[in-house]
Design a protein around this ligand. Structure first.
Ligand code: SAH
Ligand code: TYD
Ligand code: ZN
Length: 405
């Protein structure tokens, strides 16, 4: 049993993926011998219901100069963040001299539109390489981890923020209490803290177990977010389901009593009670389905290879690290993975050591099957790879179950 990072309550483990490497550490041959491994296991707090990893990886191992993930790698995500910026500009930032801070601004996918509108903003981003990409787009960035001390510095330099935003970042931060104290320090009295992350109910519903990896420390629900917010004087005032990354929720927190919670927030909280998300039965069912997916995927890949068929991976996602290392997929089953991210190409996938190649390698020649590791971008990818299916190729998916299309 572990201790909850939010409330110190007892955390009951419900799945153990075993020894896993860092999901975004795309290695060179000379790094094979010194790869970092840790035990990836996930549990639920018996007191506040927060789902969380049992072990924390030191943040400097994950987020540094060479962190390869780029938010703008998907056209759908670029459009999503442009719309997000436009919405803030038209609502919360539609006042004299507004100020927005984004935690984990990455390559500036959201803040670029804010900068272009001439609105005061700041990205806080510890990964130097991606932060530099944002700066090249005209985004103002402080290259550091956000925590309580950062908030004090930013407030002293720039004043309080009307909006603090974080996409796919808050769930990455084990020391979340420090972040919420920082939000309390930096946010204007009537400001909002808006964050969007994978929704645990969707992970259970789709059995998307590959959302569980080193960087994803927390798996939020409206219930667990509400409990966490209350510890810091905040209230959950709105929720908005988002279709991106396999189903997320955008949560809005405001200072307790400052805004009236929406019907959507109240409804989701009620729904979750009925769904029994944190019940042991629900979690045991999830665990059993994860094992079924592993067995089904491995027998499909072995059958295809046994019959002389070829399989190439599509999308060297962080998520795929859990799939390859938990299932035991190596280059003998999937000889390479194609990915559009320059920093991943020419490297090897963490743990499995499957080579990563450029997207053009996919058609040279087309494989019989493509294993879609970037299943959350299925629509976008399948739309641009129609020639693969026209040539007789087929996609292998493992979310929500193992199937071929
Ligand atoms: N917001 C982007 C990037 C998500 S990846 C998107 O949704 O696409 C997570 C980002 O959080 C990485 O760029 C990482 O460097 C950053 N990050 C990790 N810990 C952080 C912290 N304590 N404060 C701010 N950013 C952090
Ligand atoms: P993503 O699923 O967004 O995130 P994570 O790494 O957190 O699991 O990663 C998508 C990966 O797929 C990223 O490395 C870029 C790559 N990609 C392509 O190669 N081609 C594409 O058309 C798209 C949309 C993504
Ligand atoms: Zn707890």
């Amino acid at each position: 049993m572990g201790e909850c990072r939010v409330c110190t309550g007892p955390v009951n483990e419900f799945f153990d993926f075993g020894r896993q490497p860092l999901s975004d550490a795309f290695v060179r041959k000379e790094d094979f011998a010194s790869e970092f491994f840790f035990r990836l296991a996930v549990g639920v707090c018996g007191s506040c219901s927060m789902v969380q990893l049992m072990n924390e990886v030191p943040r400097e191992h994950m987020f540094h100069e060479d962190y390869p993930y780029l938010s703008s790698g998907s056209a759908v995500m670029r459009a999503h963040f442009e719309r997000t910026a436009e919405r803030f500009l038209a609502t919360e930032l539609n006042k004299p001299d507004p100020f927005i801070v984004e935690l984990g601004c990455n390559d500036g996918a959201m803040l670029k539109a804010v900068a272009d509108a001439g609105v005061r903003h700041l990205g806080v981003e510890p990964s130097g390489g991606v932060a530099q990409v944002a700066e090249a787009k005209g985004v103002r960035v402080r290259k550091t981890f956000f925590e309580e001390s950062t908030a004090l510095e930013v407030r002293a330099a720039d004043g309080r923020a009307d909006v603090i935003f974080a996409a796919n970042t808050l769930c990455h931060i084990p020391y979340i209490g420090s972040v919420l104290r920082g939000v309390d320090t930096l946010l204007a009295p009537d400001g909002v803290f808006v964050f969007e992350d994978p929704y645990f109910a969707e992970i259970v519903r789709r059995t998307s177990f590959d959302q569980i990896y080193d960087e994803h420390f927390y798996f939020f629900t409206a219930q667990s977010v509400r409990a966490m917010a209350a510890r810091h004087g905040f209230e959950l005032v709105d929720v908005e389901p988002l279709p991106v990354h396999g189903g997320e929720i955008r949560y809005t927190l405001a200072r307790a009593g400052s805004r009236r919670p929406t019907e959507a927030a109240r409804e989701l909280l009620r729904e979750e009670v009925d769904a029994g998300l944190a019940d042991l039965d629900t979690l045991r069912g999830f665990a059993a389905r994860v094992e079924d997916i592993r067995d089904g995927l491995m027998s499909l890949l072995r059958d295809v290879r046994g019959q002389g068929g070829t399989v190439v991976g599509y999308g060297a996602t962080a998520k795929s690290c859990t799939v390859t290392n938990y299932c035991g997929i190596g280059p003998e089953l999937v000889p390479y993975v194609c990915d559009s991210t320059p920093a991943k190409q020419g490297r090897f996938m963490p743990g499995s050591h499957i080579p990563v190649r450029e997207p053009a390698a996919f058609a040279d020649p087309y494989p019989d099957y493509a294993l879609l590791f970037a299943w959350n971008h299925a629509e976008e990818i399948m739309a641009k790879e129609t020639a693969f299916k026209d040539a007789g190729g087929r996609w292998i998916l493992y979310v929500p179950d193992v199937h071929v299309t």
